[in-house]
Design a protein around this ligand. Structure first.
Ligand SMILES: Cc1ncc(COP(=O)(O)O)c(C=O)c1O
Length: 383
């Protein structure tokens, strides 16, 4: 018996981009609609439901439908960068309200939080994500509007329990927004664990090929807050362009197999590096020795991802020497692409960085893992 679309597994929906076959041409891949404006009919209503591309357009809407389906959400919005999406969520917070976020998180989002806290009278508390109960203690019932978490936390990969965070946020009258960039919906569906909004830098795993910048927000339900987010995106022009939306749609078709391969490679690399004489510590939630491993097992259902960090036996200079001695790992920022990258994180995070000076962040791609292990091993000789 033929299954209905509603019954298809997320990996099936991703592979076929929701089976969005063009009715007029039969094309199995949606086209790009670059129009910035859309005609009205004799009744002065928009002919196809679209008015102006800054508000919504067919290609961006197509990718938004796939994003919503993969995360099991009510609706999705695509933005021209991850940070544009993050900032839009924080834009809904009023002066006098309060935001809670982890002490270590994507540094750009943290810089923005500091900025609005200083300029708009918004309360801000960063909690220590490694300390039990710190998240709960940071909440101010009735005042906290948003609990923002990131998991695994970049670049130490501490794991925050989404279910627990959702209960705590809701108990304090706040919403929970989860930056799930490193754990995309092929492994974590944060909305099912109680989050109200899930965020992805789609520049990373969702796009997967380091050839676009994009952000995504997906809501559990359409409500007044979501309407405001939509309104802010429209007024600030943060929407993803049709060309990039199309690229993202193409990238997402292979999300599941790319993530699986990157996870397998990262696990093997992490194990191979765990006893390396020039490495002090390997941080990877897939390792049993990682403090967040048990929670990761619970909420990263099909792989721990390709992100890991190594603490080298030396100072910042030694770490930078390793990062520039690789021949296969590319010394560059970003993550989640098919190619492996290495980065000295402290050098790029700026003055507020509390990341250890000897930390190197690895974004493990889909290459042959034996080449990756050999490359890192030879580069560690630079210490
Ligand atoms: C975890 C995480 N969140 C948010 C962002 C910001 O996304 P974008 O660079 O697409 O604006 C990044 C970018 O590195 C990230 O790694």
């Amino acid at each position: 018996m033929a299954q209905k679309k509603d019954d298809w597994a997320p990996s099936t929906l991703a592979a076929q981009a929701l089976h969005l076959i063009d009715e007029a041409t039969g094309a199995v891949v949606p086209g790009i609609e670059p129009a910035s404006t859309f005609a009205r009919g004799s009744d002065y209503e928009p002919v196809g439901g679209f008015k102006y591309a800054r508000e919504a357009n067919p290609t961006t809407l197509a990718v938004e439908k796939v994003l919503a389906a993969l995360d099991g959400g009510a609706e999705a919005l695509a933005f021209n960068a991850g940070l544009a999406a993050t900032v839009t969520v924080f834009e809904t917070v009023r002066s006098g309200q309060h935001i809670v976020a982890p002490r270590i998180m994507y540094h750009g989002g943290q810089d923005w939080l500091r900025r609005i806290s200083e300029t708009r009278g918004i309360g801000l508390t960063f909690f220590d994500q490694t300390e039990d109960g710190a998240l709960e203690d940071a909440l101010r019932p009735g005042e906290t509007a948003i609990l923002w978490i990131e998991t695994p936390v970049n670049p130490t990969w501490d794991v925050i329990d989404i279910e627990k965070a959702a209960k705590a946020a809701h108990g304090a009258g706040a919403i929970l927004a989860v930056d799930s960039t490193v754990a995309p919906p092929c492994t974590t569906r944060a909305l099912e664990l109680g989050a109200d909004i899930v965020f992805h830098s789609a520049t990373k795993y969702l796009g997967g090929h380091s050839d676009l910048t994009a952000g995504a927000l997906i809501c559990a339900e359409e409500n007044a807050l979501w309407d405001e987010i939509k309104q802010v995106r429209k007024l600030t022009g943060g929407i993803l362009s049709p060309f990039d939306a199309w690229l993202l749609l193409r990238g997402m078709r292979t999300l599941f197999i790319r993530y699986e391969r990157a996870s397998d490679n990262a696990m093997e690399l992490a194990r191979a590096m765990a006893d390396h004489p020039r490495i002090v510590q390997v941080l990877y939630p897939g390792l049993e020795s990682h403090p967040g491993h048990e929670i990761a097992k619970k909420q990263m259902r099909s792989g721990f991802g390709g992100m890991l960090s190594i603490l080298v036996d030396g100072d910042a200079d030694a770490a930078r020497r390793v990062a520039t001695a690789t021949r296969l790992f590319i010394p560059a920022t970003s993550l989640g692409g098919v190619e492996s990258l290495i980065e000295h994180r402290k050098s790029v995070e700026g003055p507020h960085s509390i990341v250890p000076a000897n930390l190197l962040r690895l974004s493990v791609g889909i290459e042959d893992v034996s080449d990756l292990i050999a490359d890192l091993d030879q580069a560690l000789g630079a210490i």
